[in-house]
Design a protein around this ligand. Structure first.
Ligand code: ADP
Length: 480
């Protein structure tokens, strides 16, 4: 039997004996003369309570000691306090306090270390977050489409340009397999092939067309493998650079070279032929010689107009043009143009008329340039109007808007609606008009540059196929 059991038994037996003795005394009346019943009852109850308290004290003490030892073992886990050793409750409590304090100190040190590590981690996270945001900002500021795929051909990161070109939702795209993200199978294959090739030494360059908004865009695609420090391929960086404009310009340039050389050759051949005829004495009479001289002069003028157009556009575009502003009156410029263009109009039986505004107005402008612009509009009107038609030059004043306009109206072939938005672009010519007249597609571009870039005015056009067109140029009035 354990100590607690023995003690309990002894205390129980002692308490029972005490109660029995007192009971016997009361029953037998042995102490009756000395103590009355009430006192005996009280004594019995007192002994019972004292016995019970003794049992509880003994049991409680044992249990407390056991629990404390267990607690110390749990705290220290080193079994320093042997189970069998009997120590006083005071020593027990002191040991317990020491053990708890030691454990507390240990815990505090661990906590401090953990707090330090947490702070370090937080800083590292903030640094890497800033680095990621920085990388993303750089990526998004790039106008080329950039996408990075990982070793599983899933999208790791992409910029807004890539989402726009390849039409995917940037927010939902991360870790999506590229073949689910990109509908262009050829591009998906290019990315896969690059990763599988594992070629880290060279970038791959491919020219590729991608349909976008009903139009085909041409891209110069650069693909390069990404590797880890062990030189294993971990992904592919794909950059799509839009070269559609460059392609168009280079096509336009070659078109321009062939059409300019054609344009230059035509008047030149004509001049050469008439000069040869004159040299060979084929023009016998004065009248024929006069006709030949006129042709040579008009072809030489055509040549110089063409060269002027080319030079003026390039001067205005490069900003090196010298603008000599002076007060000019538009009607006088129009008169000059009419004088020059009348022979051409007559040759096609086209009536050339002028309707001037009754108001007096002046503009501050470069006379030669305005002359060139009006000349180009009237020249076109005659060129694209069949024989027997008419061309009218009208001046208008809008006092409210403080603008003076020149409107050139013809009864010519007109312009199809789909071409209207492109008329003032460099080298643009309506396809059907190429059979009607020769041209370079530079005249209207020069008009726009002169009116809008140099003089801050506005050009416009209204047209109906088969009925004719009205080209207008508005210039600010001289407020001086
Ligand atoms: P081009 O040397 O070809 O005449 P322009 O730049 O002057 O070049 O004109 C561009 C195109 O606009 C022309 O090729 C023609 O198709 C169209 N165009 C210009 N003026 C007229 C007009 N008065 N009537 C019809 N089409 C015109």
């Amino acid at each position: 039997m354990k100590t607690a059991g023995k003690l309990t038994l002894i205390a129980g037996v002692a308490a029972a004996a005490g109660i029995g003795a007192l009971f016997w005394c009361r029953q037998s009346g042995a102490l009756g003369r000395v103590v009355d019943d009430a006192w005996l009852w009280a004594a019995e109850a007192g002994v019972a309570v004292a016995g019970t308290m003794l049992i509880f004290w003994l049991l409680g003490g044992q249990a407390t000691e056991r629990r404390t030892r267990k607690l110390m073992r749990m705290i220290e886990q080193d079994g320093e306090t042997g189970q069998g050793a009997r120590i006083s409750p005071w020593t027990l409590l002191t040991n317990l306090e020491v053990a708890i304090q030691r454990k507390l100190r240990l815990n505090q040190a661990t906590m401090a270390e953990m707090t330090r590590q947490r702070r370090e981690l937080e800083i590292q996270m903030r640094v890497s977050d800033a680095a990621r945001q920085h990388t993303e900002a750089i990526l998004h500021s790039i106008s080329d489409a950039v996408l990075v795929t990982d070793a599983f051909n899933e999208l790791a990161i992409a910029n807004e340009a890539a989402a726009g070109v390849l039409r995917f939702d940037l927010a939902e795209s991360r870790h999506t397999p590229v073949d689910r993200l990109i509908t262009d199978n050829a591009l998906v294959k290019l990315i896969k092939d690059t990763r599988e090739s594992g070629n880290t030494a060279n970038h791959r360059h491919v020219e590729h067309e991608i349909g976008r908004g009903g139009r085909k865009q041409v891209y110069d695609i650069t693909l390069s493998c990404v590797t880890n420090p062990q030189q294993e391929v971990t992904g592919v960086v794909t950059i799509l650079h839009d070269i559609t404009k460059e392609k168009e310009i280079s096509e336009m340039k070659s078109d321009f070279v062939s059409s300019v050389s054609h344009e230059l050759r035509t008047p030149l051949s004509s001049i050469k032929a008439y000069v040869e005829m004159l040299v060979d004495g084929e023009a016998n009479d004065e009248q024929t010689r006069g006709e030949f001289y006129n042709i040579i002069q008009s072809e030489a003028n055509r040549l110089s107009r063409l060269i002027d157009n080319i030079l003026n556009i390039s001067r205005i575009e490069s900003g090196v043009v010298k603008v000599q502003r002076e007060n000019i009156s538009l009607p006088s410029v129009i008169k000059e143009v009419m004088g020059v263009m009348l022979p051409q109009a007559r040759a096609k039986q086209i009536t050339l008329t002028e309707k001037a505004s009754p108001l007096y107005y002046q503009i501050l402008a470069d006379k030669d340039m305005i002359y060139q612009a009006v000349l180009n509009l009237v020249g076109n009107a005659i060129k694209y109007t069949p024989a027997g038609g008419s061309v009218n030059i009208e001046t208008e004043v809008d006092d409210h808007a403080r603008l003076v306009s020149v409107n050139v109206t013809d009864t010519g072939v007109g312009i199809p609606a789909d071409a209207m938005g492109h008329l003032f672009e460099k080298f643009f010519r309506v396809a059907d008009h190429k059979k009607i007249a020769k041209g370079t597609g530079l005249g209207l571009n020069l008009v726009k540059h002169i009116v809008e870039t140099v003089h801050g005015g506005k050009v416009g056009v209204r047209s109906q196929v088969g009925k004719g067109s009205t080209f207008s140029m508005s210039l600010p009035m001289d407020e001086g």
